[in-house]
Ligand binder design. Sequence first.
Ligand code: MEV
Length: 399
Amino acid sequence: MKSRLPGFYELPHSERLRVASLFAGLTEIEASPLGHFGILSPELADVFIENAVGTFSLPLGVATNFLINDRDILIPMAVEETSVLAAASHGAKLARAGGGFTCTATDPVMTGQIQLFVDEYTLEDQATLDANREKLLAYANRGHDALIARGGGAREIEWRWIPEIKSIIVHLHIDTRDAMGANIVNTMCERLASMLAGLLCCETGLRILTNLTEKRLAKAECLIPKDALNSHEYRGVDVVDRIVKAWEFAWFDVYRATTNNKGIMNGIDPVLIATGNDWRAIEAGAHAWTCRDGTYRPMTKWSKDLSGNLIGSLELPMAVGTVGGVTKLHPTAKSALRLMGSPNARELAGICCAVGLSQNLSALRALASEGIQRGHMGLHQKNLELMTKNRPRTGATKI
Ligand code: MEV
């Protein structure tokens, strides 16, 4: 049987699953979990993706102890990894002892790129673009009255010449308010490209948003009183030093930086998933941003203040939305946002950074003292015991 399946997308869900199972020789028991629909109905699954056969379940948990900008908040997290919620909640408890997390975010400004092919970049091109700045912005905003009424819209236009690819790359910066904004940006860029091509008498290339949303940043900061890090094995003052040293290790070593940052995304991705946000976009932007000086660095910063307390911060591009798209349609995402008190996009961006910072704090504290395995393995052991109890049956009839 070939994977070339014309008309597959038009089949009913059960039929798609039957064909796919036949292709792979799955038994009924093996195929059944692929065709499961839960809170996400078959109709909604079809709205989100093509060729749907079922939905995929992940555990959804609630992280506790978070105090963000003086507000107590519970954090929904969808993730499969043991210890992640325990670590996030533990980090938040430590941060709480120092007043919790302080979060800030820039305006939600996304950037779209328009590629214009020109043989050379002349002074005349530059003058034409300069002279038409306002007209270009007005044209980009045309037809986006609802966005403009909400205080958003195209804000700024800039460009640069890349001689190697004989292209002028125009950057259009758009405030997309509480939307993640991918559709708004791409629509504006596609329209504006034709006007630009007309002005410069050139061909256009790509017209697409960049996920390196460096004008849409969020930041979380915290102070951990040294005494909050006391344990029966370690003195808090020593733990502060050990955490700072662990962070320095990541600053100077890309192997450690990668693992450090994976741990940060352990906190951020589950919040993005639970709230229906595009975690691939945030991952891409976060990793690119973190090597903006040419070297891949830890995303967080940890240092000691004059009183010996631990100071931490995390700043990242954070293009999250709280309206439209999956956030609006997915019943679980909608309720997850309600659970957090219906934050706007900038607040959610700050929350994501707070969870990432908290996750990193917990990991570094454990790594720099007793090691990660003691706590992790305790929880992991519980899961293993459960798994052995629920080992799946095999060997049933093929369909
Ligand atoms: C495991 O998923 C994440 C950690 O490896 C992060 C870190 O090392 O900082 C514990």
